[in-house]
Design a protein around this ligand. Structure first.
Ligand SMILES: NC(=O)c1ccc[n+]([C@@H]2O[C@H](COP(=O)([O-])OP(=O)(O)OC[C@H]3O[C@@H](n4cnc5c(N)ncnc54)[C@H](O)[C@@H]3O)[C@@H](O)[C@H]2O)c1
Ligand SMILES: O=C(O)C(=O)C[C@]1(C(=O)O)C=C[C@@H](O)C=C1
Length: 364
């Protein structure tokens, strides 16, 4: 039996899905691009079997259609698809970071023998484009589905079965509930990271030491501030109502900190940190995707020539697979921090022991 999968928008998420499906028994993956140059790029990167700029050509005969374009373009593609003859039983799904508006739009369209199931993989990165796609992106991450009421079980199960190739964990969530939850755990953090980076950027205008001294704490909390501006403009405008409420709650939390500082309320400050520490320690550790797509170790390294070679050789001698290595130049003329990334938790744990035996100081 052959299965045709059409992917509209083969970027970070669409490309990663394509890589999960491509080459699997009986599956053909077709990418839709809105520009000829992008279609060529999809083929050159080897993420799809075919690429086209024709919506009709991509969608006709498809068993599954994944809409992986920015949130602001989802409605437009869904409407276009409702106007062309699709294969009987075709399942259309999306990967947009918000779910309420697209599921409502799908309910209004008159699809005949074609089904829409909203989707949102809770995995991603601050990088974008097909260049950043990887088949490992969704492994162990949650993948939200928002099936409409009355959807035949068989149809839902067919999508779940296909998504098994992503190795993600499927979870059913109500679309409105979804937008509230991701508003808090994904959209609000992106706004905060951007506002923080821009605040420091303004201070840096008066003294460039702000940027030069920025170290682990600043980097940890601001990685997502490098995310794609168009993707995030669309997400935030789409989830505007939820975000305005959450930013108002955020202002209350910040006002509490202002009050604690004004009144020198040390007990209040330690209480706030302890509460946050407790909640954060309950987060699923080292899960790939939403929190981290790799298992990372940070080590303090002295400024010796050949230090990278020494460490990588020792890891190699112990058959430990390193997926990435990065020197975080936090300060000049003093020891720096090296970030070692591993695909497997077991490799990270073994590396930790080897490096501790070499007397390096390690943090996770
Ligand atoms: N980035 C993440 O971490 C993440 C995680 C989960 C879901 N999402 C959602 O996935 C979707 C895609 O995000 P991404 O991170 O893969 O972005 P991306 O920029 O990597 O990919 C977007 C793709 O859409 C195409 N595209 C852009 N504008 C278009 C238009 N006007 N018409 C048609 N195609 C267009 C681009 O060429 C590209 O192929 C978004 O809806 C986003 O909300 C993103
Ligand atoms: O890890 C990241 O860089 C992400 O931004 C991924 C992230 C998130 O906020 O966790 C971003 C948007 C999504 O819709 C889902 C996941």
């Amino acid at each position: 039996m052959s299965t045709k999968i059409a992917i509209f928008g083969v970027g970070l998420i669409g490309g990663s899905l394509a890589l999960c499906f491509k080459g699997k028994p009986g599956i053909t993956v077709v990418g839709h691009a809105h520009r000829p140059a992008s279609a060529e790029k999809y083929i050159n990167h080897g993420v799809v079997d075919h690429a086209t700029i024709s919506i009709k050509e991509a969608a006709m005969d498809a068993d599954f259609i994944f809409l992986c374009v920015p949130v602001g373009n989802l409605d437009e593609y869904l409407t276009k698809l409702s106007q062309i003859p699709l294969k009987k039983g075709c399942v259309i799904t999306d990967v947009g970071s918000t779910k309420a508006s697209i599921t409502a739009a799908a309910e209004k369209l008159e699809f005949k023998d074609v089904y829409f199931i909203g989707g949102h993989p809770m995995a991603g990165s601050e990088r974008s484009g097909v260049e950043a796609a990887t088949p490992l992106l969704f492994e162990n991450a949650y993948y939200v589905l928002t099936p409409p009421p009355g959807l035949p079980d068989k149809v839902y199960e067919s999508l779940v079965l296909l998504l098994a190739y992503t190795r993600a964990k499927i979870v059913k969530v109500d679309p409105i509930e979804h937008d509230r939850i991701v508003g808090a755990i994904s959209h609000l953090p992106h706004i905060i990271a951007v506002a923080l980076v821009n605040q420091v950027c303004d201070y840096n205008e008066t003294n460039p030491l702000y940027r030069r001294l920025a170290a682990g704490g600043f980097r940890d909390i601001t990685r997502i501030a490098s995310s794609d501006p168009i993707i995030w403009r669309d997400i935030l405008l789409n989830n505007r109502g939820v975000m305005l409420q959450m930013l108002s709650d955020w202002n209350k939390g910040i006002s509490e900190f202002i009050a604690m500082l004004e009144t020198e309320d040390g007990e209040g400050i330690t209480g706030a940190f302890a509460k946050a520490n407790d909640f954060r320690s309950e987060l699923p550790e080292h899960r790939k995707g939403m929190i981290s797509s790799t298992f990372d170790l940070y080590i303090d390294v002295p400024d010796h020539p050949g230090i990278i070679g020494k460490i990588t050789t020792r890891l190699g001698e112990n058959d430990i697979n390193l997926s990435n290595i990065q020197i975080i130049e936090s300060r000049e003329d003093v020891p720096g921090i090296m970030k070692l990334s591993f695909r497997q938790e077991e490799d990270m744990e073994r590396a930790k022991k080897v490096l501790q035996n070499m007397d390096y100081s390690i943090s996770l």
